[in-house]
Structures are given as C-alpha cells and as structure tokens.
Design a protein around this ligand. Structure first.
Ligand SMILES: [Zn+2]
Length: 279
C-alpha cells in the first residue's frame, strides 16, 4: 500500500517537544552549522542571525504553539522550528553520521548535537529576540487542548459558513489540527466534512469532545508515523493503528461496517464514512 502523506500535526509536534525537553533543557549551545540550502518557500535561513542568537545561549524551555516548536533561551531570545512535511528535530551523538538533508546543527555539551533534518524542505527554522511576537505565532488561533472549550467552539462555528473540514484546518481559528486528526475527529463526532460550520454549531459539544479525544489518543501513542515522522529520539509513533478512517479507504467502518470512503479536495484526501457521517 502507498501510505498517504503525513504532515506533523499537534500530537506529533507535542511528542517532539516532550521528548526534546529532557535532552536539551539546561544545555548551552556551543556552535551552529547550517547547510546553506533554502527551506520553506525557498527562503534561506539567516545563518548570521541564528548564530548570533544561539551560540552561547542556554536552553531554558521547549514548548509548542499550534504546529510550531519554540525553543526558549535564558536570554529571552529563542528559535522557532516548523517541521513542515518531513522535518525531524532529533538529538544525536556528534560522531553519528549526519543524515542526508541535515540543514541545521546545534552543538551541545557532552558530544551531543541537536539536528534539524528535512528532505522535502517545507520546514522552517528562525531565531528571534521575542518568539511570541513573531507574526506567525501572533496569527495562530486557539489551542484545541489548552484554550478551546465547547462554548468557544460553538461561537466560532456559528460565525462561519466554511465547510466544516476547512474550518477546522484553518490555523487562524484553531491551531494545531491537520488532515489526519480532522478526519478522525469528524468521524468520531458523526459530522460530514462538507457540512457548513454554522450548521454544525449544535454539535459543538460532541465535536469538542471528539477533537480532544482524537488529539489525546494521538499524543498517548506518540504521534502518527506513516513514513517520516519520528520523535526527538528518532523513534516513530504508534498512532497509525488507532486511526479509524484516515488511510483506510475501502476498509469496513468500525461502527457500521460499510466501506470507508475518500474524497479529494485540492489534492488533499478526506476519509469518512458516508453512512455514519451523512449530511
Ligand atoms: Zn460507518
């Protein structure tokens, strides 16, 4: 079987953050290396700014906002990382061969290196004096696990005529959901992906619960790994087995037994059950 594309979403990013913390917090960056190749949107990394902000800085915290990883330094400055489609942020021993497509390496004490690897180069790494003031962070909507509840979701739904799936994917409304967890949450809530958001407002409680369960299961399983995703120790996640519809076209729906269907919108697949999620 050809596995579907699998971009890191909230559970994968949260998994990287959680596995990165014990390896890097309290460590001081000794030196920095970059490949010089452009990453997301053909933008080049600003090596000078990265070096100036990182070298000599002590890592105070690692946290997540939406699908972004924020590495905070004791100085108040920090580094923003987005994994794009195939990005990996892992800690390796200095002597270990660098994987092809390694783009940034932060040397840490104890012969360790924090490495950013990204074959497809849709990811991004940027240093900033105040991470929370970066436009991409300011533009993020509510975190579905930390800031959202059924009432707020109901208000957001009532104000939108977008199809439900597009509504949930919009990072300006909710930050962190992507194709996999949206498909799974809609299946759990018995909602059709193309129903108008405002028409689903009465199902806000069920949808909120479905989003939360889907994400929590994803985190508990350390993320979904079809092909590329690994945590900060290089270990793939185990959530593929927990997926009920995503990547399961033609297989029996776990609720009604009818075959799972697939829709394609703008090159993106939506998996759903035409019976359990009828409009
Ligand atoms: Zn079904």
């Amino acid at each position: 079987m050809l596995w579907p594309k699998n971009m890191p979403e909230l559970p994968e990013v949260e998994t990287v953050v959680r596995t990165l913390r014990p390896q890097v917090v309290g460590k001081t960056v000794r030196s920095l290396w970059t490949s010089g190749l452009p990453l997301r949107m053909a933008r080049k990394l600003d090596h000078a700014v990265l070096r100036e902000n990182c070298v000599g800085a002590t890592i105070r915290a690692v946290r997540r906002r939406g699908k972004y990883i924020l590495v905070d330094f004791a100085s108040g400055k920090g580094v923003l990382v987005h994994l794009g489609m195939t990005g990996r942020l892992t800690v390796a021993l200095e002597g270990e061969e660098r994987r092809k497509h390694t783009h940034v390496v932060w040397a840490l004490p104890g012969q360790r290196e924090l490495r950013f690897v990204d074959p497809r180069r849709f990811g991004w790494v940027q240093a900033a004096s105040r991470l929370d003031d970066l436009p991409e962070i300011l533009a993020l909507g509510l975190d579905p696990l930390e800031e959202l509840d059924a009432e707020k979701l109901g208000d957001l739904l009532a104000a939108s005529r977008a199809p439900l799936k597009a509504f949930l994917l919009d990072q300006h409304r909710l930050a962190g959901l992507g194709n996999i967890y949206v498909c799974e949450a809609l299946f759990r809530a018995h909602l059709h992906p193309r129903v108008q958001a405002c028409r689903a407002r009465r199902q806000a409680v069920a949808l909120m619960q479905a989003i939360r369960e889907t994400l929590e299961i994803g985190i508990a399983n350390c993320g979904t790994s079809f092909r590329d995703f690994v945590d900060a120790t290089g270990t793939p996640g185990k959530n593929v087995e927990a997926l009920q519809v995503y990547g399961r076209e033609g297989e029996a729906c776990t609720v009604c037994g009818r075959p799972v269907r697939r829709l394609v919108d703008a090159g993106r697949s939506t998996f759903y059950c035409g019976y359990c999620q009828r409009r």
